[in-house]
Design a protein around this ligand. Structure first.
Ligand code: NAD
Length: 496
């Protein structure tokens, strides 16, 4: 393989090098057809990535299958050591990977991209130590028989990732899958594939050929071929609710397990006794304003107690006004661009819908950037929507932009009911100084990841995953590795 050990001079060289390629069987494999990847900040073509069809997708699955037996036979701790060294190598190349990521996602290099690479390497380090936790049980079935369970890898795992946090979401899949003895085919996001390729190739350098493979293409051509492949034993998907449904149907047709990390519309409840300063900071990080709100976990429904409502709004707008929207590569930038024109229109349409609602108010914060070459249509100001009824589409649907709904509340029972009035159930936060209120609210909120007085992103060792239409299964933990990347075999031995 044309190894990553001969480093690329810069991000532009990476994008050129991965033109119309897949990474399959330890090789850079040319693909006949390509698709344009745009620079979200300018709208210009950034590079061309592979547009894999069924034939190229099948080749990747075959390579993963061929590598499977030897990888599964390797002692689990040895697999973990390979994953550990791969994670260290990723950390060594962090700046280059972050530079590529910023160019293709439009996320700001300082506030988002460097952190994403660091978390990705941390996830690898976390999972690398868990090989010895792939334990089964002995069962007291009959004292004259040995009855036990053992954990086995599943086989070829298809890992499908979106564009918003592509590296972290890829690592949450490949690190546990590999340590558990599976081989993997990653389907990169066609909107932002290059950093995924670079990070994966750095990892591949530490693995036998074919254990990890990366392909790119559109959902209907490449993703669908992958989920339909008879040798794919497990599908792990992160993306939208609509595509998640399609992927789950494909898994059902072949009766293979699927884990789904989908969208969200997560509530943030600020109680009368909350620390207002901390809550405002938490609202900005929780809504992921520096990621243009493009986060499944975004605290996009903020329920603020009547007594704090005016102060909260004033402090939040003042802080948001100070965030710099601009060129993702500029170190001064806090907020970059929306991923593409289509998504920018979705965001603008939701805001227009809110503006048209009787009694509603729209507060736009910050200033649109004016830099030369920047495409103004692709930037969006942090926007707060006030005075909307609970059944309004802006309150019910995931907007996936820097748009938060702010709702006052006075009755605790009512706010819990409003927070739970959602088809999603990914995350929730509660802000209070009262332990009893925190215990009560956390037990009643219908969400898979509930935090009190903080708004952290995904953390290794802390199980993460949603309820309802937010998906199925967990990521980021030992529980996730055992539940989603192994199967349990029961063995009963009788030598009587
Ligand atoms: P998307 O669903 O459009 O695409 C995700 C991936 O699925 C892409 O790689 C795409 O090519 C592929 N795909 C599309 N059609 C397919 C098909 N028929 N078969 C197989 N694969 C197919 O999502 P997106 O726009 O890239 O990402 C944004 C969405 O991801 C948001 O809804 C967000 O909430 C969600 N998300 C969820 C989490 C989580 O952990 N819950 C994290 C990040 C993003």
């Amino acid at each position: 393989m044309n190894s990553i050990a001969s480093p690329f001079p810069d991000a532009a060289a990476v994008i050129v090098a991965y033109r119309n390629l897949n990474l399959v069987g330890g090789e850079r494999v040319p693909v006949a057809a390509g698709l344009d990847v745009l620079n979200p900040a300018t709208g210009a073509v950034l590079g061309q990535a592979a547009a894999s069809k069924a034939a190229e997708t099948n080749a990747a699955v075959e390579a993963a299958k061929a590598a499977g037996a030897a990888w599964a036979a390797m002692p689990a701790r040895e697999r973990g050591k390979r994953v550990a060294s791969a994670g260290r190598a990723l950390a060594e190349h962090a700046e280059l990977v972050a530079q590529v990521l910023a160019r293709e996602t439009g996320k700001a290099i300082r506030t988002e991209c460097r952190g994403e690479v660091a978390v990705s390497a941390d996830i690898m380090e976390f999972y690398s130590g868990l090989g010895s936790e792939l334990k089964g049980e002995t069962i007291p079935f009959n004292p004259r028989m040995l009855t036990m369970t053992v954990r086995e890898p599943l086989g070829v795992v298809a890992a499908i990732v979106p564009w918003n946090v592509p590296l972290v979401l890829m690592m949450l899949k490949i690190a546990p899958a590999l340590v558990a003895g599976n081989t993997v085919v990653v389907k990169a996001s066609e909107e932002a594939p290059f950093a995924t390729y670079l990070a994966a190739e750095i990892v591949m350098d530490h693995l036998p050929a074919g254990v990890l493979n990366v392909i790119n293409g559109t959902g209907p051509d490449c993703g669908a071929a992958l989920t339909a492949h008879p040798d794919v034993a497990k599908i792990t998907f992160t993306g939208s609710e609509a595509v998640g449904e399609t992927v789950y149907k494909a898994a059902a047709e072949r009766i293979v397990p699927a884990s789904l990390e989908l969208g969200g519309k997560s509530p943030m409840i600020i109680c009368a006794d909350a620390d207002l300063t901390k809550a405002v900071v938490g609202a900005i990080s929780g809504m992921r304003f520096t990621r243009q709100g493009q986060s499944c976990t975004a605290s996009s429904r903020m329920y603020v107690h009547d007594s704090l409502y005016d102060g909260f709004l004033a402090a939040l707008t003042a802080k948001l006004d100070r965030l710099v929207i601009g060129d993702p590569l500029d170190e001064a930038t806090d907020i970059g661009t929306i991923i593409n024109a289509k998504q920018a229109k979705v965001v603008a349409d939701y805001v227009a819908m809110a503006e048209a609602a009787p009694g509603a108010k729209v507060v736009r914060c910050g200033k649109m950037p004016e830099g030369a070459g920047l495409s103004p249509d692709l930037f969006a100001q942090p926007t707060l929507l006030l005075g909307l009824p609970e059944d309004h589409p802006c309150v019910q649907n995931e907007i996936f932009g820097p748009v938060a709904v702010i709702q006052p509340w006075s009755d605790y029972e009512d706010v819990i009911a409003r927070a739970n009035d959602s088809r999603y159930g990914l995350a929730a936060t509660v802000w209070t100084q009262s332990l009893s209120m925190a215990l009560d609210a956390t037990s009643r909120l219908n969400a898979g990841y509930v935090q009190v007085n903080q708004n952290l992103t995904i953390q290794p060792n802390v199980s993460y995953g949603g309820f309802g239409r937010s998906g199925l299964g967990k990521e980021a933990s030992l529980e996730a590795m055992l539940a989603h990347f192994t199967r349990s075999k029961t063995i009963v031995m009788n030598f009587d």
